[in-house]
Design a protein around this ligand. Structure first.
Ligand code: NAP
Ligand code: GLV
Length: 306
């Protein structure tokens, strides 16, 4: 069994070593132009040339959860695309989002200012019931995040394509449920996959439906958010702030207004990182299962886009 590794901006040696240890007997190498056909590929943002030269792959294992970049390419016709299925990402996403929500709700930035001014200054406690959090996308990550927020007793709303039932979460679905979901939410956490249907979904029209004093946390993809619309809604006061981990162009270009905006917190696409050991174990387990002819979780539907 041949496995080829083609991950942009990723140091290959530890991955190859880990995969070799997890799949003894497999022939594993870093892809180079002209390399022989492999059975399986481990990929992140591969070049089109790689896919064109590997037309008979059985499966492509993406070392991230989001497959939007991969699905933009011309894929080998019979290769299954397999996403990373949690592998330690969901708990990271839950801690990042809960931190951002609680920091905003408990006004920790204002306490920071008081501390730097040497002031012992209480703030009036705010009501959790006034800070309903809406999570767009109730998949692997969104479900974990919604449950974690519910543990802190925030009212939690969730929105997905198909109807769902999740304890502690008021669930909405489909285009017909979107406006009601937005109107019921003050804080918006975006965990949708980037697809033609969800691109630009956080815009003037949708964000202005959030409750007044709304707050946006975008941890999915930058192209979900219309940057200028966010800035306009912050200026109008309808939105109180935003925490953004993902951007249309990454790294976020120098001079982009988000960098210096007093109501925006920027982090460098780090809310849920790929953890190498967990990822190798998951991919190796799935390759072994496919070799035995068994089904695996996390197969992407290219027509749906996730
Ligand atoms: P997932 O398991 O595929 O779940 C996607 C969810 O979105 C599902 O609930 C799905 O609905 C819903 N959805 C998709 N299209 C929709 C639409 N048009 N309308 C309403 N709901 C829709 O994805 P995931 O693993 O939770 O990850 C979500 C995204 O997070 C990834 O695609 C990636 O872009 C991003 N991500 C970011 C980081 C980071 O570090 N910032 C790390 C990992 C992932 P159904 O349940 O009905 O199918
Ligand atoms: C990271 O953004 C991922 O999709 O895993």
């Amino acid at each position: 069994m041949k496995i080829t590794f083609c991950c942009t901006d990723t140091k290959s040696e530890p991955w190859l070593k880990g995969l070799a240890a997890a799949l003894p007997g497999a022939d594993i190498s870093v892809w180079q132009a002209g390399a022989p056909q492999a059975d399986y590929a481990v990929v992140w943002a591969p070049p089109q040339q790689f896919l064109d030269e590997q037309p008979d792959l059985k499966a492509l294992f993406n070392i991230g959860a989001g497959v939007d970049a991969l699905l933009k390419l011309r894929l080998p016709p019979t290769a299954a695309v397999v996403r990373l299925d949690d592998a330690g990402m969901a708990v990271q996403m839950a801690e990042y989002v809960c931190h951002a929500v609680i920091r905003h709700f408990r006004e920790f930035d204002a306490y920071d200012e008081s501390m730097h001014a040497g002031q012992w200054a209480y703030r009036k406690p705010r009501l959790r019931t006034d800070f309903a959090v809406g999570v767009t996308g109730l998949g692997v990550l969104g479900t974990r995040v919604a449950r974690a927020l519910a543990q802190f007793e925030f009212p939690v709303n969730g929105w997905s394509r198909s109807p769902k039932a999740l304890g502690g979460v008021r669930c909405y679905s489909g285009a017909e449920g979107f406006n009601d979901f937005l109107a019921a939410s003050r804080v918006l956490v975006n965990l949708l996959p980037l697809t033609p249907e969800t691109q630009d979904i956080l815009n003037q029209g949708t964000l202005s439906r959030l409750q007044s004093g709304g707050y946006v946390i975008n941890v999915a993809r930058g192209a979900h958010l219309v940057d200028d619309d966010l800035i306009a809604l912050l200026a109008s006061g309808h939105l109180a702030g935003a925490t953004l981990d993902v951007f249309r162009t990454e790294p976020l270009p120098a001079g982009h207004p988000f960098w210096q905006h007093p109501k925006i917190t920027v982090t460098p696409h780090t809310s849920a990182r790929t953890l190498r050991d967990e990822t190798i174990a998951q991919i190796a387990g799935k390759i072994a299962a496919l070799q035995r002819g068994e089904a695996v979780a996390g197969i992407v539907n290219p027509d749906r886009g996730y």
